[in-house]
Write a protein that binds this ligand. Structure first.
Ligand code: NDP
Length: 329
């Protein structure tokens, strides 16, 4: 079985040279353990921080060791009462083809309605992130206008569909004509190709002349500046991610229009999804209802083979993915 090790902490953009594909033996399961073959593994932007060697809200990856990450797989052998061969589980044992682990640490997933890989996307961590941002950070109300940045990505594509189901008007930004057509197909009312304009404030104002009530921040930089300009009084920002700067080696500069926060009485709330696990039950219930009403479609970009996991990860920073970026094992 193969797994991916980090061989040095990253400086600047991710590159396959930082990773090794390593052959290992997967031990037979002991008491209470299961042997799982991964079907899909997840690559996510937050992993970039763990590859820098600094401790943020989560510890860095170890050099010369297999990395962790989201994965869904099939149980092959089980010595754990709660799981049997053929069951599907989600875990944090990604970046490897197979593993042995205590069954108690795995989450059994019901793949009768959604395919296993959806539990890494719209029905998993990115979906819950979109839900927490919209419901708890922005407190989005029917009839309000939401701007979803990185709209064609995993969090963005989930959030657009959730916000529509919640009765909002949705503006989505994405890079390129193809991604703009995709977010439109998900139900976005207005689409702005941020790569096709050098004045994002004007482009957002053109589609939302009365302004924006909620801004879902995934990008940072010029997007954040344009959000401060276009939010209405009492507007709310869910500060979820600022991917534009994850590979930067220079210090960040503040937007020169931060004073908008005061005059417009804006609220900005940063969050980490794992601090909001208490919303999971509501999320599953709402998602189930929206799916039953035909309002939800999962979307993903899939690369094949564990050896392509580093390239899939790099691709997040060059916009290679439409929907959730996954690696099929
Ligand atoms: P995505 O699926 O959205 O993939 C990343 C996308 O970001 C790319 O496809 C690209 O879209 C866009 N992008 C990449 N680099 C840049 C850049 N320099 N400028 C503008 N856009 C860029 O990833 P996720 O949905 O998994 O994550 C989205 C955001 O949410 C990230 O910032 C991530 O860190 C954050 N996040 C935060 C969590 C939390 O708990 N706070 C949990 C999960 C995610 P395009 O081609 O349109 O430019």
């Amino acid at each position: 079985s193969r797994e991916i090790h980090l061989n040095a902490y990253l400086k600047g953009a991710p590159d396959p040279k930082y990773y090794d594909v390593v052959e290992t033996d997967v031990p037979a399961p002991g008491a209470g353990e299961v042997l799982v073959r991964n079907l899909y593994i997840s690559v996510d932007p937050y992993m970039r921080g763990r590859m820098s060697g600094v401790h943020t809200y989560i510890a860095p990856f170890g050099i010369g060791q297999v990395m962790d990450g989201g994965a869904v797989g099939e149980v092959i052998e089980s010595n754990f009462d709660g799981l049997k061969p053929g069951d599907h589980v989600s875990s944090m044992h990604g970046w490897r083809e197979a593993y042995t682990a205590p069954g108690a640490g795995l989450t059994k997933i019901d793949t009768s309605i959604l395919p296993p890989q959806a539990f890494l996307g719209i029905a998993g961590m990115p979906g819950l992130t979109a839900y927490v941002g919209l419901k708890r950070m922005i407190d989005l109300q029917p009839g309000e206008t939401l701007w979803m940045s990185a709209g064609a990505g995993a969090v963005g594509s989930s959030g657009i569909q959730f916000a529509k189901a919640m009765g909002a008007t949705v503006i989505a930004t994405a890079g390129g004509a193809e991604k703009c057509a995709f977010v439109k197909s998900l139900g976005a009312d207005h689409v702005v190709d941020y790569k096709a304009t050098d004045d994002l404030t004007a482009a957002i104002t053109a589609v939302a002349p009365d302004g924006v009530d909620g801004y879902f921040e995934n990008v940072g930089g010029t997007h954040f500046t344009a959000a401060l300009n276009t939010l209405r009084r009492k507007g709310r920002i869910a500060a979820c991610g600022m991917i534009q700067r994850y590979n930067d080696t220079s210090a960040a500069t503040l937007p020169d229009n931060l004073t908008m926060m005061i005059g417009k009485s804006l609220t900005i709330r940063g969050f980490i999804v794992s601090d909001h696990a208490d919303m999971f039950t509501d999320f599953v219930s709402d998602l189930g209802n929206w799916m039953a009403a035909g309002k939800i479609k999962p979307a993903e970009t899939v690369m094949d083979g564990i050896e392509n996991a580093p390239a899939a990860f790099s691709g997040l920073f060059t916009g290679q993915n439409t929907g959730k970026m996954l690696v099929k094992i």
